[in-house]
Design a protein around this ligand. Structure first.
Ligand SMILES: C[S@@+](CC[C@H](N)C(=O)[O-])C[C@H]1O[C@@H](n2cnc3c(N)ncnc32)[C@H](O)[C@@H]1O
Length: 858
């Protein structure tokens, strides 16, 4: 290095050092002076979408009102689903907050990742960290730690972090050190890790004077990176740019190695921080006409008290909205949601343009528990002597070793003669990665298992795709996916409304009859089957059955913390699908215990471990049939349980049907009507569920390519062709075509019954409504008659009273006087006259109507 270069470096270092110490002093001052939970700090935090619940869950004194976004929400931090795999040594997520201040985001992150995770705060200010540590000591959090360091050189091991968050800090780093911040983020993140940053960008050039303004620097403004700025290092490339994205101009942060991470302009009102009295603009109203205070942002100047004299008034003059607050957008929107290691992730990435479904996970799953550590696998190996052995794995490195052994044997020229059925539970990206790359599986197989087919218009706009493959591409001997329901009974406090499995996001639906069936729900489940025949001339096939993990915890409507949920199979679970004769024959009269019915994985392992002998007896069965038969049988048996459940529901329904169709029951009080309404909505819900289930069975029929004629006996499925009658009988017992067709027919029958109940009810209710209207009309006529009688009485007495009033004035005409007869002589004719006139008028009226009616009729 030349002396002049050394000099330039020394000057730059000195400049940086003075900048660091200025910033350090400013924020250390804030750490000392900012009061606990001040109104301004709360207002600023709420302006960035932190709610009362968030703020209430962190220690008082952690929020200094110096944030400019909400990276905790953005980072979608998760708790590892530990209890799914008790043997797992996996821990909760590790999250690092760059420039953590007094721990505002760290404490929120710590709540989200749970006790087994770790939230690490990094800050260069000793006083900030002292305040953060004091906050930690005052609360009971055990999963946080703080380190004093600059963020351009992190004291953390490589690939040790799941999510990096940062809130309004990167702008404070001197320009020449900013690239190192990103290279450090890149270094410490694990493969598939996420970045969630909230910060400030320069939208239009701020000019040298502003750039040099130290008040603005410490206030997070003049250090903001400019749009179109970029940092490049061998390992990564960061670029902020206004790329013309789909809806106009959105800045985009490109970090090579992380894929493109879009950033969004939050359009917050940066002037909110001027609510501080320090800036002489007391409780200035929110300036943006479009933003409500709750949606408005802050600025990281804090309460302004630690600014130098003059800085505050100068800052108050500036309209900060000329710069933008940005946040990285959906950091998990990466093809690596499916697979995190480069080997398979590359395949996924290359196929995204062909199958957009692979690009993004199910949008409803962002909030779910981590799938990492939630998988297990069992491999059943069948050799040519019809002996089945099994190996169980919970660690990906063991599975990798298994595949390496297999490959080595093949390379050594040892021909594989064994067939393998791999039963996989859960979608741990590492498991997906090993299987995907070792067996070279189309990633659609895994992606489709992830989808829950629950959409809303926002998801559609965000380009999430769930389109099915063309039916001509489906081949049940290569791949199929079955959707089914597991009927389960829960505790009495079970609320089925918008309750989903915490790992798969699958829905728990009930029909809600509000009686005893209320604690029973149908848990949505899926399983996928994949099969590959060996290349021509060689032996040894592989089949994979991918199952959903069992239900252990759920998210209830609106909840963010998963709740443990215990359940038992409805009525003890499905009935065994192996016939009595088969059991007798294969167990020498000593019956083995039945399947555990805990989850599909356990049940499949049970059947492969205890009953694989029946598979070898189905002479002529295709390998794909052999590998998938237990799976299909269990799914069909679950459907039988669904039908059973709806049979019970229909028994209830027949009671309702009876009552709904008896007109006598419709006559009653308003409370009876509301009961009828409830019954009506139960009928509707039942119909909706049955429609859904029959559609699912319909799709099973088409994906298994079951012809409508399969009711013929013996089955004509290409899977089995046998000449031996015993084997043919077993084969017919194991065929699932008839099962699914019969299930479909029964669901349709149940549906038809509910539909007709609904139409009867509808007809009867309209008859009853008409009858009630008629009754009402009659009542009105009666009322009118009564009114008429009263009118007549009035007509009689009013003239009398009137005349009496006239004559009461003179004594001669008074009662008992000589001319009192005149009163009667006047009053009586007047009464007759008035009554006659009234009668005449009403007759005229009637005649008029009649004539008018006649005219109309003619
Ligand atoms: C605007 S505050 C944000 C604090 C916190 N993120 C929050 O939202 O409450 C900036 C924080 O970053 C710290 N900081 C600034 N530059 C830093 C750097 N280069 N390295 C480490 N910490 C830094 C400051 O000490 C301060 O605590």
């Amino acid at each position: 290095m030349t002396p002049s270069n050394l000099l330039i470096m020394a000057v730059a270092n000195e400049k940086n050092d003075s900048m660091y110490s200025l910033i350090n002093n400013h924020y250390s001052g804030l750490a000392r002076t900012t009061p606990h939970d001040s109104e301004i700090s709360q207002k600023i935090a709420k302006a960035f979408a932190y709610d009362d619940e968030d703020l209430g869950a962190i220690p008082a004194g952690a929020n200094l009102g110096v944030s400019c976004g909400n990276p905790v929400v953005l980072g979608k931090l998760r708790q590892v689903s530990f209890d799914l795999n008790p043997q797992s040594t996996m821990k909760g997520e590790t999250v690092v907050d760059l420039g953590c201040g007094a721990g505002f985001d760290i404490f929120q992150a710590a709540n989200k990742i749970g006790e087994t995770g770790k939230a690490i705060g990094i800050d260069m200010s000793e006083e900030m960290l002292a305040r953060a540590r004091l906050n930690a000591a005052k609360s009971s959090v055990t999963n946080v730690e703080f380190h004093q360091s600059r963020i351009n050189s992190l004291p953390l091991p490589t690939e040790s972090v799941d999510c990096v968050i940062s809130n309004c800090v990167i702008n404070l780093v001197p320009e020449s050190d900013k690239p190192n911040v990103f290279s450090e983020i890149f270094r410490v993140l694990k493969a598939g890790g996420r970045v969630a940053i909230s910060d400030i960008l320069e939208k239009k050039p701020m000019g040298e004077a502003m750039r040099q303004d130290m008040g603005l620097l410490v206030g997070c403004i003049s250090g903001a990176s400019a749009v179109e700025d970029g940092y490049e290092k061998p390992a990564f490339k960061v670029r902020f740019s206004f790329s013309p994205l789909k809806d106009g101009h959105e800045p985009i942060l490109l970090i090579a190695g992380y894929e493109d991470i879009a950033i969004i302009d939050k359009k917050h009102d940066l002037n909110i921080y001027k609510i501080s009295e320090v800036f002489n603009i007391k409780d200035k109203p929110i300036t943006s006409s479009t933003d409500s205070p709750a949606a408005s942002p802050g600025c990281c100047c804090g309460n302004g008290k630690s600014l130098k004299k003059g800085d505050a008034s100068r800052i108050a003059e500036i309209d900060f909205n000329e710069w933008v607050v940005y946040e990285t957008k959906h950091p998990v929107e990466d093809p690596r949601w499916l697979s995190i290691k480069d080997t398979y992730a590359k395949v996924v990435r290359k196929l995204v343009s062909r199958n957009p479904t692979l690009g993004k996970p199910d949008p409803k799953k962002h909030h779910l528990e981590s799938r990492i550590g939630a998988s297990r696998c069992a491999i059943f190996t069948m050799n040519s002597n019809q002996i089945v052995t099994s190996q169980h794995y919970t660690s990906t490195s063991d599975i990798k070793e298994y595949f390496l052994r297999r490959r080595k044997a093949e390379e050594d020229g040892i021909h594989r003669t064994t067939n393998c059925i791999h039963i996989l539970e859960g979608l741990d990206p590492e498991f997906v990665d090993v299987y995907g790359s070792c067996l070279m599986i189309d990633p659609i197989f895994f992606a489709k298992q992830d989808r829950n087919d629950v959409w809303d218009t926002l998801d559609l706009q965000d380009d999430y795709s769930d389109t099915e493959l063309l039916p001509s591409l489906t081949d049940p001997d290569k791949y199929f996916r079955l959707k089914y329901r597991e009927m389960r009974r829960f505790g009495p406090d079970f609320k089925h409304w918008r309750t989903v499995c915490s790992v798969t996001g699958s829905h728990l639906s009930a029909v809600g009859f509000q009686w005893k069936l209320d604690s029973i729900a149908a848990l949505e489940r899926k399983c996928s089957f994949w099969f590959r025949k060996p290349a021509h001339g060689s032996e040894g096939w592989d089949a994979i059955i991918l199952c959903d993990p069992p239900l252990r915890r759920v998210f209830c409507a609106g909840g963010i913390i998963p709740q443990a949920m215990k359940s038992t199979p409805f009525q003890g679970g499905y009935l065994d699908f192996l016939g009595f004769d088969t059991l007798m024959k294969n167990s020498d009269g000593r019956f083995k215990e039945g399947p555990p019915r805990t989850c599909l994985f356990d049940d499949l392992c049970f059947y492969f471990e205890n009953h694989s002998d029946v598979l070898f007896e189905t002479e002529g069965a295709s390998p794909a049939f052999v590998a998938s038969v237990f799976l299909k049988k269990i799914v069909a048996s679950h459907y039988m349980k669904v039908i059973d459940y709806f049979d019970i529901v229909l028994q209830r329904l027949s009671h309702i049907e009876y009552r709904l169709t008896r007109h006598i029951d419709w006559e009653g009080s308003a409370s009876q009507w509301s009961e009828k309404q409830e019954q009506w909505s139960s009928l509707q819900l039942t119909l909706r569920r049955l429609t859904e289930y029959s559609a699912d069975v319909q799709s099973i029929l088409s994906s298994l390519q079951i012809p409508p004629t399969a009711l013929d006996f013996p089955p004509r499925r290409p899977g089995i062709s046998s000449s031996n009658s015993a084997s043919a009988s077993l084969a017919s017992q194991l065929s699932t075509d008839r099962d699914f067709l019969a299930i479909h027919a029964r669901l349709l029958t149940l549906k038809a019954r509910v539909t007709s109940s609904m139409s009867w009810t509808q007809t009867l209710s309209s008859i009853m409504a008409n009858r009630d209207a008629l009754k009402e009309a009659r009542r009105s006529v009666k009322e009118a008659r009564n009114a008429k009688a009263f009118t007549i009485m009035g007509l009689v007495f009013i003239p009398l009273a009137y005349t009496s009033a006239l004559f009461s004035m003179s004594g001669e005409y008074g009662p008992g006087e000589g001319r009192f007869w005149v009163y009667w002589a006047v009053a009586l004719p007047m009464m007759i006259l008035v009554s006659g006139a009234a009668w005449g008028l009403s007759r005229l009226d009637e005649l008029g109507w009649r004539r008018w009616g006649k005219v109309k009729e003619s």
